[in-house]
Write a protein that binds this ligand. Structure first.
Ligand SMILES: [Zn+2]
Length: 86
């Protein structure tokens, strides 16, 4: 059903909503917190310097002029963590 363009967004929205509710439920159960972060530009932004380094989806490394050289997902994860801690 996700291949049906008309239903795909609704199905994905429900799946993410259920995932988020599940995380919030278990966070409450184990006395911790869940912070939702907008993932926009987290893979393009340098986690060290904050500069935007444009890259295609097939580029798997983040290399910035500041000397930062990380695996793309590690760079994004650091940016997401920093947003959550703000
Ligand atoms: Zn940088």
């Amino acid at each position: 059903m996700v291949k049906n363009h008309c239903l795909a967004k609704s199905i994905n929205d429900v799946a993410w909503s259920l995932f988020r509710r599940t995380l919030e439920y278990f966070a409450g159960k184990f006395n911790t917190t869940v912070v939702a972060v907008n993932p926009r530009m987290t893979s393009q932004k340098c986690s060290d310097y904050g500069a935007i380094v444009k890259k295609s989806l097939s580029t798997r490394t983040h290399k910035c002029n500041c000397g930062c050289d990380l695996q793309r997902d590690v760079n994004a994860a650091i940016n997401i963590l920093n947003l959550a801690l703000m």
